[in-house]
Ligand binder design. Structure first.
Ligand SMILES: [Ca+2]
Ligand SMILES: [Ca+2]
Length: 338
């Protein structure tokens, strides 16, 4: 029986004593104390010859006075410690619930006390209550390969131009602008770490923007005599077409394109004059030599000996434009016997 009670007491003891504290108190008590008050009292007495006169005299008298006297008594009293309440001082006060904790971020209630915690990215200060942002960038650049940006409660990594943040959010990978079609190169693209550059096919060169390609100029193509040309341009892949003036025909290529080699494809065009038919001499007459057959040539006719030019027509024949080609001018020329 005695053992059971002892065990019961031991199990209750820490709980019942947990929240008790002793508080120093002061008690003031008063009591009345007496003291003697001395005063001067006037009285009359007979005096003079035979005591026939009355004289005024003074004498000391005493009476009792009263005054309070104070007593201070110091003593201690058992009270509930801070953070404990209840009739047995064994009920914990939840400071977090009451809002009296003063924690900047998170409050954790404990038996008889509480502790403060900070949100991730913040550290608890020496006052054990306030929280301050951790500058992750100040140490080892926050683990960022390029740029570290600190922020309230966190931080982030950034990469230089030409790089992209890896899925690990810290290292930076080169952007392959060529395979991602983001280069804007007109012909060819060459990737490099953090950058790229453009190239052009043979016969082209990079423009000032370093992205588009301009054709290289071809050698002077010239214009054929007695003809004309119409060209789209004089650089790689541009073309020129040629035409001969009426009365002339074309040899060589009517159309030529500028090759990457700076030469023009095909043959140099030329426009020689078309030829009229061989001119037959008139009856009783002849053709004066020389007589050329090319367009714009003029041949003169004459009459044989014993004949004369009877008609007044022109003795000249001109090789001129006729229909779609050339032919000799038509004029009557007669040689009559003298
Ligand atoms: Ca931070
Ligand atoms: Ca790159």
């Amino acid at each position: 029986m005695g053992f059971t009670i002892l065990v019961l007491l031991m199990s209750l003891l820490p709980l019942s004593l947990a929240g008790w504290c002793r508080e120093p108190l002061l008690r003031i008590r008063t009591r009345q104390v007496t003291y003697q008050i001395r005063a001067s009292q006037r009285y009359y007495t007979s005096c003079g010859t035979w005591g026939w006169s009355s004289c005024t005299r003074y004498r000391d008298v005493y009476r009792t006075g009263y005054r309070p006297q104070y007593y201070a008594t110091y003593y201690t009293e058992r009270v509930c410690c801070t953070d404990w309440t209840g009739s047995n001082c064994n009920t914990d006060v939840d400071e977090c619930l009451r809002g009296t904790d003063g924690c900047s971020h998170i409050c954790d209630n404990t038996a008889g006390s509480y502790t403060c915690r900070c949100s991730p990215g913040y550290s608890l200060q020496s006052d054990r209550h306030s929280c301050r942002d951790i500058d992750e960038c100040s140490s080892n650049n926050g683990g960022c390969e390029h740029t570290c940006r600190n922020s309230a409660g966190s931080y982030s990594c950034d990469c230089n131009i030409g790089f992209r943040l890896n899925s690990n959010d810290h290292s930076c990978d080169d952007i392959n602008e060529c395979t991602e079609q983001s280069s804007g190169c007109e012909h060819t693209c060459f990737n490099s770490v953090g950058s790229y550059h453009c190239g052009c096919y043979v016969g082209w060169h990079l423009a000032w923007d370093q992205h588009t390609c301009l054709g290289n100029p071809c050698v002077d193509i010239g214009t054929p005599q007695n003809g004309e040309r119409i060209c789209t341009g004089f650089v790689t892949n541009e073309t020129c077409s040629f035409e001969c003036h009426p009365g002339y025909y074309m040899i060589g290529s009517a159309e030529r394109s500028c090759l990457p080699s700076a030469q023009w494809a095909g043959e140099q065009p030329q426009c020689p004059p078309k030829l009229c038919d061989r001119l037959a001499p008139p009856e009783n007459g002849y053709i004066r030599m020389p007589c050329r057959r090319e367009y714009t040539s003029r041949c003169a006719m004459g009459c044989n000996d014993g004949f004369y030019q009877s008609a007044g027509d022109d003795a000249n024949k001109d090789c001129m434009l006729q229909d779609s080609g050339v032919g000799w001018s038509v004029n009557a020329f007669n040689c009559s016997r003298k």
